[in-house]
Ligand binder design. Sequence first.
Ligand code: HEC
Ligand code: HEC
Length: 222
Amino acid sequence: MIRFGAGLIVCLLATTIAAHGQGAGQESAADGASEGRTLFRTKTCVACHGRDGSRAIQNYPDLAGQDARYMIQQMTDIASGARMSGPDPRGFPRTQGMKDIMHLVTQEQRASIADYLSKLPAPKPRPLDPAVDSARLAEGKQAYAKGGCIACHGPDGSKPVPSYPYIGGMKREYLVLQITEIKAGVRRNSRVRSMLPFASKLDDAKIAAIADYLSQIKRNPD
Ligand code: HEC
Ligand code: HEC
């Protein structure tokens, strides 16, 4: 059963209208990516992930500029139920709405969408509310270094390892949720297990500091 809430249906309608309303001129750039882009916009992804793979829903991940192979793996794992998450406010796993539609997207189409998204510029960091000062960011940076995260995720979450996710510049709420749920064993798909010994050493305060720090990293120069 598809469990879309009323809010999502409104979103879907709005994005459909927006997609039809776009001018042909805007579409001329990056023709090679047009198949992935069209699929992304017509397979309902935009309702949750935003028109350009970036959206203000704080606990949903940005996809613009993410690693393509990583994204294909996550799509596969969310579709199969191998990647799970904690509940949304209605009590369903946050992955559920996406799981319910992924059967509409073939493996080839997933690869095409991932290719398109990976080439989009990563979004700018969102200002935190309440704002954090530089001492707080330094505290997070230190916790990130001491936590051993750099070994796999690189300085500033810049991902030295092919097919690993970028984590610098992601939304604060999403980062907190993922680190917490990886630590708790709720998310244990794919290669997450390798991170468990590192995540399990973090308490909530350290997770919060690391998320504050990572969320403010700018991946692209202005
Ligand atoms: C109903 C909302 C919804 C829809 C529709 C949806 N997603 Fe998602 N997606 C999510 C949520 C929520 C997560 C993160 C789950 C979590 O917190 O563990 C996610 C995660 C992902 C991830 C993993 C990101 C990461 O950093 O780990 C990818 C890739 C992705 N979605 C791609 C897509 C694509 C492509 C589509 C369309 C075919 C799509 N999603 C449709 C809600 C949605
Ligand atoms: C031994 C390697 C390794 C170490 C060390 C490690 N991670 Fe990870 N991490 C991974 C892998 C691999 C994934 C992606 C798992 C997958 O492919 O499904 C991941 C995923 C993540 C994600 C989710 C990204 C997303 O888009 O959903 C976050 C956030 C994260 N790591 C943060 C951290 C932090 C913070 C630390 C330090 C405490 C850390 N990791 C240490 C390997 C590691």
